[in-house]
Design a protein around this ligand. Structure first.
Ligand SMILES: Nc1ncnc2c1ncn2[C@@H]1O[C@H](COP(=O)(O)OP(=O)(O)OP(=O)(O)O)[C@@H](O)[C@H]1O
Ligand SMILES: [Mg+2]
Length: 325
């Protein structure tokens, strides 16, 4: 079997806060195969963006710190790279659509200037070639009247158009791996559907590999082949999307699926009724979900569950997945 394009092993990320050490991420194992779209889902604060920032080596340190772990991209551990080496990798190989669309665009330059600057910087091409490439990309992301749009400032574009510009910029350097951190969160539902369709189309036309972060299971099921569910910084279940939806094994996954009752509510943010995620400074012992779990038993309070493969490629970290301890 060939090695996955991205592989994370035993990654622990903490934040030093005024109140104490927040243990925000504890990823045992996660991998993304070349060409696939892998979904990362979980409630707000579960560690999705921190995972993305860790891969990108953009974690704010301090207050953040990587306690331990490895992130292999194409066999190379990104965590051992210097900032200079990382700058080469970002853009050329990895690209990212950040969660906050406005943070990716500078309000004082036209979007044309911004995308051309990225292209010139990465491809070392002349301005004229950059212009042609930018137009091509604006066309690819279906921005109406690409030539005219180039001269617009970010605030002159609608949310959906801005997001298309950001996608075009993320694709501008021909990166092979794209991390999309909730690329449609700030958009309303109809525009969201268009942007998701566009990402799918781009995926079909290129051999892009994607880590797709979403806090809606509907979006994950539409976009991804495999998924990992994060709870309080740990993966509680992972597998092929259809297996996880057909046969959810973790009470958290089960509750999340229950919480998405109708197709019309598929963009509803993930949340489970009953309790709140734990404070990362005081993570529960044993299974981190135990304070909210209807099935929690003594073992769940005392012992961290390890990942078990229940059906091919479908893993769960729960003492209770078989129905009874
Ligand atoms: N700079 C920081 N200092 C301290 N804690 C932080 C910092 N950034 C993130 N965290 C904490 O790390 C945890 C994970 O945050 P993260 O942004 O990854 O969540 P998320 O899953 O992306 O949530 P959302 O769906 O709201 O985007 C949270 O508990 C958050 O409070
Ligand atoms: Mg986030």
């Amino acid at each position: 079997m060939t090695k996955p394009l991205l592989e994370i092993n035993k990654l622990k990320v903490n934040f030093n806060t005024y109140y104490g050490l927040a243990k925000v991420l504890d990823l045992e194992h996660l991998f993304v195969e070349k060409g696939e779209t892998f979904g990362l889902a979980g409630e707000s604060g579960s560690g999705k963006s921190i995972t993305a920032l860790s891969i990108f080596n953009l974690l704010p340190c301090p207050p953040g710190e990587i306690e331990s772990g490895e992130i292999f991209y194409n066999g190379e551990n990104l965590l051992t790279k210097s900032e200079k080496e990382m700058r080469q990798i970002r853009g050329k190989k990895l690209s990212m659509i950040f969660q906050d669309p406005m943070s990716s665009l500078n309000p004082v330059f036209t979007v044309g200037e911004q995308i051309k600057r990225v292209i010139v910087h990465h491809d070392k091409v002349a301005k004229k070639q950059a212009e042609a490439r930018a137009l091509e990309l604006f066309d690819l992301v279906k921005l109406p009247d690409p030539k005219n749009t180039m001269d617009k400032y970010p605030h002159e574009l609608s949310g959906g158009m801005r997001q298309r510009v950001i996608i075009a910029m993320a694709l501008s350097c021909g990166a092979e791996f794209l991390i999309a951190d909730e690329p449609t969160r700030a958009l309303d539902v109809t525009i969201q559907a268009g942007v998701l369709e566009l990402i799918k189309e781009i995926k079909r036309e290129t051999d892009l590999t994607m880590l797709f972060i979403a806090n809606s299971l509907g979006v994950i099921s539409e976009m991804c082949e495999r998924v990992a569910l994060l709870y309080a910084g740990q993966i509680v279940e992972t597998g092929r999307v259809e297996d996880v939806f057909r046969n959810p094994l973790h009470p958290y996954t089960f509750a999340l699926i229950e919480a998405v009752p109708k197709p019309s509510q598929k963009d509803k943010p993930l949340s489970v009724t009953g309790g709140f995620p734990p404070d990362p400074i005081k993570m529960p012992q044993g299974c981190r979900f135990n304070p909210r779990c209807p099935k929690a038993a003594e073992l769940c309070i005392n012992k961290k569950p390890i990942m078990t493969e229940v059906e091919k490629g479908h893993w769960v970290a729960c003492h209770n997945w078989g129905g009874g301890i």
